[in-house]
Design a protein around this ligand. Structure first.
Ligand SMILES: *[C@@H]1O[C@H](CO)[C@@H](O)[C@H](O)[C@H]1NC(C)=O
Ligand SMILES: *[C@@H]1O[C@H](CO)[C@@H](O)[C@H](O)[C@H]1NC(C)=O
Ligand SMILES: *[C@@H]1O[C@H](CO)[C@@H](O)[C@H](O)[C@H]1NC(C)=O
Ligand SMILES: *[C@@H]1O[C@H](CO)[C@@H](O)[C@H](O)[C@H]1NC(C)=O
Length: 407
């Protein structure tokens, strides 16, 4: 064995050891006691009026539960034509060809913008990047539902818990469910190489990582959206349904399947925690601040909170085509709303999706009530251990009188 080979072996063993330690800490952490759930997240808009009435809780019968929100405008007959021909057989982007567009910096309003927005605008034209980890086989076979989760390299513990809970690949009621995580590159310059090695090892074990060669930053989340849509378009021609969400949410797969079963006749299914008439935030301190120069209308189009929503496969393929025709917008879920608007599809608001926060009162008992979680489709926002504990509570001999509904 040459010194170089020996060095390689030592490195590999070291890496595996490191990974084992990481996993052990994840699994051993905490001993079953539930922390206070802190369920709140500021929606990327100023609070719409309808959110003011979030405090009453009441019960409705299970029969009517899923039908509750099905009212939606009828699809218009003359929808825009989207051509779906010429589907590539594999990921066809092999080089990163992304150079800064410096001519944009001479535009009058550019200099007044915050640095993050300048960065965004200079690289806005860079639409696609190569894949560093791919799973072209993911959708082969009779996949009914693809669970798609946005994550970043360092959130390894969240992926681990999701794999043990709602992201487990299985066949439920005869329906095959598959899971993938969407990632970009590490933003940590010093640890970049190590992070990448760990991620590749994780994927070697689980085979559920998709990774693209762009920086995993907040403003690149829209790239993650468009890259996923293109990937789905390329490799998942027959998958009927997608759940797409964050890596820190609670999800009930049983309820998703039940909902999809009851929604079979809906054309262009896109359901979630939908905001109508959300206003762009103009306060600079806010994470979701958008300057007038980037978006000057009073309201965003209707869009579903990115924490978790459902869409059907044919619609996702149309969304991909439309996404290519629009300028990228830094907020990913709003960007999808813009695509839906072009397609003249109104997203469906359903009360079982709680992606913007639950009870105003953090100490409300509902925030820890398993029967409440059992009746939901998505609830944000849980720490890995909280998710694990809640999952266990919901899936043991929990007896709930009825499906419970908030609002
Ligand atoms: C990169 O993009 C520029 C313009 O966007 C183009 O002129 C050039 O040929 C591209 N290079 C490669 C290697 O694709
Ligand atoms: C660069 O920015 C200018 C000014 O906004 C724009 O006209 C041009 O199309 C941009 N170039 C690319 C490659 O996007
Ligand atoms: C998005 O990723 C690209 C490629 O890594 C990078 O050049 C660009 O700066 C990122 N954009 C933002 C806004 O972080
Ligand atoms: C809003 O933005 C659009 C496109 O960026 C532009 O054509 C329009 O003139 C702007 N309107 C106002 C009132 O600034």
């Amino acid at each position: 064995m040459t010194t170089r080979d020996r060095w390689r072996v030592i490195k590999t063993v070291g890496l595996m050891f490191l990974l084992a330690v990481v996993m052990l800490t994840v699994f051993q952490r905490g001993s079953g006691r539930m922390n206070q759930f802190q369920i709140e997240r500021h929606p990327p808009m100023e609070a719409p009026a309808e959110r003011a009435t979030l405090n009453k809780a009441f019960y409705i019968s299970p029969e009517s539960f899923w039908k509750e929100d099905h009212k939606r405008p009828m699809a218009t007959t003359e929808e825009p034509l989207v051509t779906l021909a010429r589907r590539p057989k594999s990921w066809d982007i092999t080089t990163s060809n992304c150079s800064a567009n410096l001519s944009i910096s001479s535009v009058r309003w550019f200099t007044g913008l915050e640095e993050t927005f300048q960065q965004f605008l200079i690289y806005r034209h860079c639409r696609f990047f190569p894949m560093t980890i791919n799973h072209p086989e993911k959708c082969v076979g009779d996949v009914h539902l693809l669970m798609v989760i946005k994550s970043v390299i360092t959130q390894h513990d969240r992926r681990e818990v999701i794999r043990q809970t709602w992201g487990k690949e299985l066949v439920m009621n005869g329906k095959r469910i598959k899971t993938i995580f969407l990632l970009g590159k590490s933003t940590n310059k010093k640890e970049k190489a190590n992070h990448q090695k760990l991620l590749e090892y994780e994927d070697y074990i689980y085979g559920d990582i998709l990774q693209w060669d762009f920086m995993d930053s907040f403003f690149n989340l829209t790239l993650k959206e468009t890259h996923f849509l293109k990937w789905f378009y390329t490799y998942c021609g027959t998958v009927p349904y997608i759940f797409k969400g964050d890596d820190d949410v609670f999800v009930s797969v049983e309820n998703i399947l039940e909902y999809l079963e009851s929604s079979k006749n809906i054309k262009h299914l896109f359901t979630g925690d939908v905001l109508f008439k959300a206003k762009p935030i103009r306060k600079k301190e806010n994470k979701y601040y958008i300057p007038q120069a980037l978006y000057n209308k009073t309201y965003y189009p209707p869009y579903a909170g990115g924490g978790g929503f459902l869409m059907d496969g044919p619609l996702a393929r149309k969304l991909y085509k439309v996404s290519e025709t629009l300028d990228l917008f830094p907020i990913d879920d709003v960007f999808l709303g813009m695509c839906l608007e072009v397609l003249q599809v109104t997203p469906i608001k359903h009360n079982a999706f709680k992606t913007f926060g639950l009870m105003k009162d953090k100490n409300s008992k509902l925030n820890k009530e398993p029967c409440f979680f059992k009746s939901m489709i998505v609830v944000h926002k849980l720490l890995p251990q909280e998710l694990k504990d809640m999952w266990r509570l919901v899936h043991t001999d929990l007896i709930c009188a009825q499906k419970m509904e908030l609002l």
